[in-house]
Ligand binder design. Structure first.
Ligand SMILES: [Zn+2]
Length: 226
């Protein structure tokens, strides 16, 4: 499995030489304090996340959330899931980040606030956009309906790419009073030159991994066309 290397930027989870803050985060201050990510967004995690997102394989949410829970060392006051716009929620039927957050909340005994944040604009998907376009795309896209005064909040999302959505939601949480914000994600998209830190041997040693089992079981992990 494409686990992230041990030395990553503590803020955005990009691999760095010695685990120090990356150049991008030094240059441009994000509104969240740290990122906890388990995997690089690479095979087979990309397929599993796609299966969760588009095929409603909700059992995958449990397995992936378990992996993330193992990495958590700081317990926030509240969990929130990256919200979908109601239109997208209606067409897809569920929010995969909320499913992940439900499992994490139960597992770690942290209250999940499913309705505390809303997406008030139906922004186009981020995947095909540049970093600058992503920032513009999600600007003021979120609204927090709850007071988070003095609270530490963790935002749950499936994949972090540029971090633009997480940053924008974190900004809304700051406006609502949050003093500490963590981003918890299953996978981090990495630039090509940052992919050298993995240990491919882990894939062999992790043969008993529940996610690996799902991948090997055609009933649980159907062929996904990306
Ligand atoms: Zn960084």
């Amino acid at each position: 499995m494409p686990y992230l290397p041990a030395t990553c930027c503590p803020i955005c989870a990009l691999p760095t030489h010695d685990g120090t803050t990356c150049g991008q985060c030094l240059q441009e201050k994000l509104h969240f304090d740290r990122t906890v990510a388990v995997f690089a967004y690479a095979f087979p995690i990309n397929r599993l996340v796609q299966a969760l997102k588009h095929k409603e394989k909700l059992m995958l949410a449990h397995c992936l959330a378990e992996k993330l829970a193992q990495r958590i060392t700081q317990h926030p006051d509240h969990l929130v899931a990256m919200p979908h716009h109601p239109k997208r929620l209606r067409s897809r039927g569920f929010n995969q980040s909320l499913e992940l957050a439900r499992h994490l909340g139960r597992h770690l005994n942290i209250p999940l606030l499913p309705d505390a944040c809303e997406r008030n604009r139906d922004t186009p998907p981020q995947a095909a956009l540049t970093r600058k376009e992503r920032n513009q795309n999600v600007r003021q896209a979120f609204n927090c309906t709850q007071n988070f005064q003095g609270k530490h909040v963790a935002i749950i999302d499936d994949v972090m790419t540029s971090g633009a959505s997480l940053d924008e939601l974190a900004q809304s949480l700051r406006k609502a009073g949050a003093i500490e914000i963590s981003a918890w994600v299953i996978a981090r998209t990495l630039p090509h030159n940052a992919s050298a830190g993995y240990d491919p041997g882990i894939a062999c040693r992790m043969s008993a991994d529940p996610v690996q089992k799902l991948k090997n079981d055609p009933q649980q992990a159907p062929e996904i066309h990306l």
